[in-house]
Design a protein around this ligand. Structure first.
Ligand code: NAP
Length: 499
């Protein structure tokens, strides 16, 4: 195959009219479409052969049986009969399962000059003998083997990448379904997959399909090729991360041949295999791996050593070796310096709410800047351990803690996860006595405005938002990844745009 992978729009509406509407909505963005004829209403199925003439794009005909995740509930005989009738209606490809034996259909396909996508599906995992099985898929040189499987771990994703890489076929398609398999979609060109399936709706036929605009815009699909450098963010959860938006826009603006994507990691050892398989150049590290990646980082800098956590890994020249740093500290301090119009005043009284991984970087940053720090946490023992490591004071999220906070009240930093996700209207400090004189600093960036921030704003406080810290730490990472400064206009745009 020459050139990059194509974008295929998966059509799974009950009517051909709806399918055509979806194609028009993404016209110009997609190169081909797949008609999931098994999703058509019974009355529409007989006229499925009209679609190629209506959309003027190469069309894959698919009539998927239920055991492969489809909706065709009739007998195999009926399915084969329907495919035989439809296949000569202008379809460019027909997708049939690797275990289907139907000589009459094969003959009809050959007569119609249609290419076969011969597919293997696994909705519950990755077969351990995948390499062997996919090597046997194509039944002739014109057939396109396709593996659509569901990695449940990074180790399984690595196995899928290896099996696909070893498959010697002029054209082939790989799909890792679900969030763990997501990189196979974004990296289709990089992996040598012939196309990537996309969905016109937020309710895709296969888990993990995104819409063509996201694939093309956010993930730079048309700009990637076999030599594209791969970067990403590892964590669990991670699919909500805004970091791909920051880094990919930077790469695009500077014309860097690189792409950045989320890697949902359930097993860190498996991820290192994925990193080797994809030759990943660098990663951002988020919860819960900021400490555990240290086992693998060959060299770490003083920032990592002092805070005991690493949020950035960059591949060194030596094979499989990584260099670790921590950009959370500077990411936290940079927006705060802007509030003060320069250096952070020594002796600043700061209350840090929370004692998790993020709080560690915050306390390290504040202690290093000469602030007086109080750490308050639900689990008092964790507050004490963190505070002791940096010569700070500690307490609980209780009345006594709140009383003490009155003496550390120039800056209040909210580092817990309370206010995110299901606890969207919660704050770890309900009734906190904001007076308007404090600076309130929120680490949560989604939602952009938490109840903690709303309470502070209502009292007239100056605030720093999680998005400012996220951007500031990403800008440091971008310098390491791209070897260039992040474009300031993109930084401004990121801070002012919504989710
Ligand atoms: P973490 O290590 O899991 O720590 C979670 C903290 O939240 C702990 O102190 C925990 O207290 C506290 N907590 C959780 N549920 C609570 C509840 N119901 N009531 C009171 N306290 C509760 O997480 P993390 O890595 O520090 O991340 C924390 C937040 O910071 C996340 O929202 C993350 O997205 C954000 N963050 C933002 C940036 C940025 O650049 N803007 C960077 C890093 C992190 P216990 O010790 O009592 O469990």
């Amino acid at each position: 195959m020459t050139g990059g992978a194509r974008i295929c729009l998966c059509l799974a509406s009950p009517t051909l009219a709806d399918d055509v509407r979806h194609v028009e909505a993404f016209r110009g963005r997609v190169d081909m479409v797949e008609l999931r004829a098994d999703h058509l209403a019974p009355g529409e199925l007989a006229s499925a052969g009209r679609l190629p003439g209506l959309v003027d794009l190469p069309v894959i005909l698919t009539l998927r049986r239920t055991r492969d995740g489809g909706r065709f509930a009739g007998s195999e005989q009926e399915r084969v009969g329907l495919l035989e009738r439809l296949v000569g209606s202008g379809f460019a490809y027909v997708d049939i399962e690797e275990d289907l034996v139907a000589p009459s259909l094969d003959a009809r396909i050959a007569e119609a000059g249609v290419r076969v996508v011969r597919s293997l599906h696994d909705f519950s995992g990755v077969p351990s003998d995948l390499a062997h099985r996919i090597a046997r898929i194509p039944r002739g040189p014109r057939e396109i083997p396709k593996a659509a499987v569901t990695p449940r771990s990074s180790a399984e994703l690595a196995g899928l990448l290896e099996a696909f890489d070893g498959l010697d076929a002029p054209e082939k398609v790989v799909i890792g379904m679900g969030d763990i398999g997501f990189p196979t979609r974004v990296l289709a060109s990089r992996l040598g997959s012939a196309w990537c399936y996309t969905s016109p709706t937020a309710d895709p036929v296969a888990p993990g399909q995104m819409d063509p605009a996201t694939l093309e815009g956010l993930y730079r699909f048309r700009a990637t090729d076999r030599s594209t450098a791969v970067y990403g963010v590892i964590g669990n959860p991670v699919m909500h991360s805004l970091s791909p938006r920051i880094h990919n826009r930077g790469f695009s603006a500077l014309g860097v041949n690189a792409v950045y994507l989320p890697f949902l990691v359930a097993d860190l050892p498996g991820f290192w295999q994925v990193a080797d398989a994809l030759d990943i150049h660098g990663v951002s590290v988020t919860a819960p791996y900021k400490r555990s990646v240290l086992d693998r980082a060959g060299e770490v800098d003083d920032l990592v050593r002092s805070v005991g956590a690493c949020n950035t890994l960059v591949r060194t020249g030596r094979e499989s070796a990584w260099q670790g740093t921590n950009t959370d500290i500077e990411g936290f301090l940079a927006p705060l310096r802007r509030v003060f119009g320069g250096a952070i005043p020594r002796g600043l009284g700061a209350t840090v709410i929370g004692a998790g991984g993020a709080a560690r970087a915050v306390v390290q940053a504040l202690a290093g800047a000469g602030a007086r720090v109080l750490v308050l946490n639900r689990t008092i023992g964790d507050a004490r351990a963190l505070a002791d490591a940096f010569g700070a004071r500690s307490g609980g999220l209780d009345e006594r803690g709140m009383d003490e906070a009155a003496r550390f009240s120039d800056l209040i930093v909210q580092t817990t996860s309370v206010g995110m996700g299901p606890q969207i209207d919660a704050t770890p400090v309900p009734g906190f006595p904001f007076t308007g004189r404090q600076i309130a600093y929120e680490l949560i960036y989604s939602p952009p405005e938490t109840r903690f921030l709303r309470d502070a704003l209502k009292a007239g406080c100056r605030v720093v938002r999680g998005r400012q810290m996220l951007l500031a730490q990403a800008v440091q990472q971008f310098r390491l990844f791209a070897g260039a400064e992040y474009p300031p206009d993109l930084a401004d745009e990121f801070l002012t745009q919504g989710d």
